[in-house]
Design a protein around this ligand. Structure first.
Ligand code: IVH
Length: 690
């Protein structure tokens, strides 16, 4: 089926051939994400069918791929009565493993099974965060799509649903295998990347932006103009059945989903058949770890008793099946109120507007501060003090304000303005041309910058001064005891012990960790200085390249540019830093205070190779390196080779016949290298002999 059908048939037969070919390739493209023909071939066949249908309007069928976008703008949605009600499922709100065990215990009790004994088999899947849809296929052709509504009666949203490329207008496979009537239940959702792109497009066009993918998806489905709906990137996953007429499709839920996949419906591959409560708990944990790396939002997982016989035995409790449950994860978004906006000064003087929120439990902790990034982000989101807002905290990412909840303000609230003076030291606030960031120009005379600089200096990956945390730094700076980094080393136990809440023991402990920190590496020392744009990796490169602090301090911009990965911005920033006599003095005083670094040994230990700290994934067959050779080389250069792709993956090295790992990398935006590019990266690094 990879050649578009030729034009030597009678029109009706040819139209049918083109349709079948287009359905097949649309399925490969949209559902399996594995196209077999170039887009241009698809477009050509599509245009051929369009031309044929224009010539012979009687040949147009409702399932023709040309009929995805209906012409008419609707004036409303007709009600649709569901033959089999669209039920919701009970939610297990205990987000720990106990939630899984409780469901299993309940199922066993209701089936009359002993507490111990053979485990029950479950189908475990993701709980997609979109909206429920029922698709009705009559004789294999999509006849109607409806929302859930109140479960009994929903709305006819066929026109907008037809625009979703992933939803087949006609089932795949042999018509003989199609049930006379098949209602597929599933979730319409929007991928995160599609959501971001849609919002960017809306912003550019001055249109309305959406708070989250679910709202965007719901809005798109209830869009009355199919032409507009067609521009909204929606996706779909099938998770069950409604009314079915015809022979039994399967004996288990997992088989039902396999059958739906074979009929051409998108079914999520992140699902499993597991045994007992322990199997459910393990699935919950495993998917929880993957949650942030998925290309779409989920708010939990769903467990279903796998055997359809047992499902029938368990039956329903009023409106909910006894055989299914949703097991949540801590919500990553919550609504709350914006009580105020404060401006925080960072280590390099950057001013960040921080939202002061009505405390709210989100992403597993109580959040009362969230970043608004910068003035321009804040303006774009249009939030003002007093607004109801949505906060998001995903994984370990700093909580952020996503946007304001829809609705009018009942009073005038002035827009937020950046202060003209630093709120901490009163130095003027500046903004470089073209930059989105406002900065305090006070440098280390600003107490806020000084505190942050001290904290950075003391941090684990810098000088690693144990016991010097933010409370203590506040005290030291506020009491005027420490004004510069070197003053840390001249404090002495007596002054420390005199501080409030500082016991003699803690004072001498800190004294000891200060002493210990004096033996360090050049790379750590350079990083600890806190030069703007110089992170750990750059500090290591600089240490390796220059080998001494004096040579680094003396390096000109062109010399700095010779360091791998140092570009003009970083080179400039380093030069600006050391051009300030004050910074040179700091280095001298630190040296005088006894800081020593083993210039070469330290660097080598901290910098084992060009791939240090990076995780790569190998997939497919490389032209000349075996898997083991590639792995050994990467590892010798300090890299790690992992078995699966996640957000933590630095790059995927792909060869011939690369499979799902490559797809995953593209999906989540991880770089992909071929062997030649890998060899280039490792050009300066000898390949270990076998
Ligand atoms: S099964 C009778 N499976 O969660 C069982 N629902 O109340 C019907 N949802 O809004 C639901 N992912 O749209 C099921 N894998 C999944 C699901 C899922 C998301 C939604 C569903 C409904 C709610 C369940």
């Amino acid at each position: 089926m990879s050649e578009p059908p030729r034009a030597d048939q009678n029109p009706a037969a040819r139209a049918e051939q083109l349709r079948a070919w287009l359905h097949h390739h649309a399925h490969l493209y949209y559902v399996l994400d594995r196209p077999e023909v170039p887009d241009a071939d698809y477009d050509r066949a599509f245009q051929a069918l369009q031309a044929l249908e224009r010539e012979h309007p009687d040949l147009v069928t409702p399932d023709s791929p040309t009929q995805r976008v209906g012409g008419r703008v609707l004036d409303g949605f007709a009600p649709v009565r569901h033959a089999v009600p669209m039920l919701s499922i009970r939610t297990e709100t205990d987000t720990t493993e106990a939630g899984a065990l409780a469901f299993d215990a309940r199922v066993r009790r209701e089936l009359g099974l002993p507490e111990q004994g053979l485990p029950v088999e479950y189908a475990a899947e993701l709980k997609f965060d979109g909206l429920a849809i029922s698709l009705r296929y009559e004789a294999g052709v999509l006849a109607q799509a409806a929302t859930r509504g109140d479960g009994e009666t929903g709305e006819d949203v066929t026109a907008s649903i037809r625009t979703i490329g992933q939803i087949p207008l006609r089932l795949q496979g042999e018509p003989a295998s199609w049930p006379a009537l098949l209602e597929v239940r599933g979730e319409v959702y929007m991928r995160r990347d599609d959501f971001e792109r849609l919002n960017a497009r809306q912003r550019e066009a001055g249109g309305k932006t959406f708070v989250n993918p679910r709202n965007a998806a719901a809005g798109a489905v209830r869009q009355l103009d199919p032409a507009v709906a067609a521009t909204r990137p929606l996706s779909f996953y099938a998770y069950g059945l409604g009314q079915v007429q015809g022979p039994e499709l399967a004996a288990t839920h997992a088989q039902t989903l396999d059958t739906l996949a074979a009929l051409g419906l998108p079914v999520c591959e992140d699902r499993a058949v597991v045994l007992g409560g322990a199997g459910l708990a393990e699935f919950h944990r495993r998917m929880g770890e993957r949650r942030d790396a998925l290309p779409f939002d989920i708010d939990g997982v769903v467990y279903k008793v796998n055997s359809l016989d047992l499902q029938r035995q368990l039956g329903f409790l009023t409106r909910e099946p006894r055989w299914a449950v949703a097991h949540k994860y801590p919500a990553q978004e919550q609504a709350t109120r914006l009580n105020g906006i404060e401006v925080q000064v960072g280590r390099t003087g950057k001013l960040t507007p921080v939202a002061k929120l009505e405390p709210v439990f989100v992403g597993g902790t109580t959040v009362s501060n969230a970043t608004l990034h910068n003035l321009f982000e804040l303006r774009r989101k249009g939030v003002r003090v007093g607004d109801p807002v949505v906060v998001r905290r995903a994984g370990d990412v700093i909580p952020e304000v996503v946007g304001r909840m829809p609705g009018e303000r009942d009073r005038y609230v002035p827009n937020f303005r950046m202060p003209r003076e630093c709120p901490v030291c009163r130095a003027p606030v500046g903004r470089e041309k073209g930059s989105l960031e406002h900065r305090c120009t006070g440098g280390l005379t600003c107490a806020a910058q000084r505190k942050q600089a001290l904290l950075h200096f003391a941090s684990r990956r810098a000088m690693d001064i144990e016991g010097l945390g933010d409370k203590l730094v506040d005290q030291l700076v506020d009491a005027g005891l420490v004004r510069t980094l070197p003053e840390l080393y001249t404090l002495g136990v007596a002054k420390l012990a005199a501080l409030e809440r500082m016991a003699d023991k803690s004072a001498s402990n800190l004294e000891r960790s200060l002493a210990d920190s004096k033996r360090t590496t050049l790379a750590r020392f350079v990083y600890a200085l806190g030069v703007r744009h110089v992170g750990e990796a750059t500090a290591r490169d600089l240490a390796r390249h220059f080998g001494s602090i004096d040579r680094l301090m003396a390096a000109s911009e062109p010399e700095l540019l010779e360091v791998p990965d140092v570009g003009p911005i970083v080179a400039r920033s380093i030069r600006v830093f050391f051009d300030q006599p004050h910074h040179v003095e700091v280095v001298e005083q630190l040296r005088a205070a006894g800081i020593q670094w083993d210039e070469h040994a330290g660097v080598a230990a901290a910098a084992p190779g060009p791939l240090a700290g990076r995780t790569l994934v190998l997939t497919g067959t490389l032209p000349s390196l075996t898997r083991d050779e590639a792995r050994a080389w990467i590892e010798s250069a300090g890299g790690k080779v992992a078995g699966s792709v996640s957000k933590k993956t630095w790059a995927v090295v792909a060869g011939a016949e690369a499979g799902s790992k490559l797809d995953k990398a593209r999906e989540i935006g991880v770089s992909v290298l071929d062997e030649a590019q890998l060899r280039e990266l490792l050009a300066q690094w000898p390949q270990p002999s076998a």
